[in-house]
Design a protein around this ligand. Structure first.
Ligand code: DGJ
Length: 331
């Protein structure tokens, strides 16, 4: 009797362990813990840095840089229905072993963002591309395409939009399905915007300077007709103070408002750097600020800082929380 009870206990313990490893945590346990290790459904650390999220067919797809200790290993993609549990969907965009390819091993693919084009039924990925063994000098925008959200994406081309250098970047699709590329240009001194062509594959000549404040890591959202743009300063992998701009048109003028970060280390964006702002599907005015806490000594060990955006007196406020749940948007 005693033996079978301990066997039963052991079985329960093993099962519980497996469940945590597989990410099948109970509803009660589900929470975001910014800066802690986040595992996928296989119990492996999620490797998707400088990323962004596409919500389509009731599924969130998280695309991000797959990094080694320092190497750029392509774009990883994970999927989730609830934003807590993530399934590893493999490599969305692989680096090429052909040394003549622009995305050959030895170059950099950073800050990938994916949008869906309903007219062409294609998934389109843009990213910051650096050519092999040339450091950050190429400063180009790369474009890849896929029939499926999980890829594989096929690399199409790279260019400097309208001749401008293009490093840190994001994509934004407006309510009318027009898409935009927001990017750091002129050695990161300028932040610019380009309207994309209808197929989302190229930059049009509608390309405007937003401001020249030496900013990078742009992340955009829109609420009540007002656009909000969070950026970081330019200090490599080291954290710095975020800033928030608002505008009634994406092409500006953009007005600088206070840094929305609040709490310990707010002046260093909680040791992180913006990458994307995610609107929560089905919840009005619910946005998640996504940032990377970079570890330049081991980039794959960089951590994810996701925090809810609250609004106080109509202004966005991002308050540090050790742990939080999506329910907090209902309160
Ligand atoms: C800051 C950028 O935001 C990152 O994406 C990366 O390019 C680092 N600089 C490299 O130092």
């Amino acid at each position: 009797m005693r033996v079978s009870a301990s066997v039963l206990l052991l079985a329960i313990a093993i099962l519980a362990g497996c469940q945590t490893q597989k990410g099948s945590i109970s509803k009660k346990e589900q929470a975001f813990q910014p800066g802690s290790i986040w595992n996928d459904n296989n119990g492996e650390v999620i490797n998707a840095h400088g990323g962004g999220i596409l919500y389509i067919n009731k599924t969130y797809y998280w695309y991000g840089e797959k990094r080694g200790k320092s190497a750029s290993e392509g774009v990883a993609v994970y999927s989730s229905k609830d934003l807590y549990r993530w399934k590893n969907e493999g490599i969305a965009l692989a680096k090429s072993n052909d040394p003549n390819s622009e995305i050959a091993v030895g170059g950099l693919v950073e800050r990938p963002k994916v949008i869906y084009n309903a007219k062409t039924k294609k998934y389109v990925m843009w990213f910051h591309l650096e050519l092999p063994n040339k450091g950050y000098s190429a400063a180009r925008a790369g474009v890849a395409i896929s029939d499926k959200a999980t890829g594989p994406f096929v690399y199409l081309k790279s260019f400097r939009p309208n001749g401008h250098m293009s490093r840190d970047m994001t994509l934004y699709v407006d309510d009318d399905a027009t898409a935009y590329h927001i990017y750091s240009a002129r050695e990161n001194y300028d932040l610019r915007i380009t309207k994309l062509t209808d197929d989302y594959l190229s930059a049009t000549t509608e390309d405007t300077l937003l401001f020249s404040s030496h900013r990078e890591a742009p992340a955009v959202f829109k609420k009540d007709g007002l656009y909000y743009l969070i950026t970081s300063g330019c200090t490599g992998w080291a954290p710095n103070k975020a800033s928030l701009h608002t505008a009634t048109s994406l092409f500006g003028p953009w007005k600088l408002v206070e840094d929305p970060m609040n709490g310990p280390l707010a002046e260093k964006t909680f040791n992180g750097q913006s990458t994307y702002i995610l609107p929560i599907a089905g919840k009005k005015d619910a946005f998640v600020f996504m940032a990377d806490k970079w570890n330049p000594k081991d980039l794959k060990d960089s951590r994810y800082l996701w925090l809810p955006i609250q609004f106080k007196d109509g202004k966005p406020l991002i308050t540090w929380q050790d742990s939080w749940k999506l329910d907090s948007f209902n309160q």
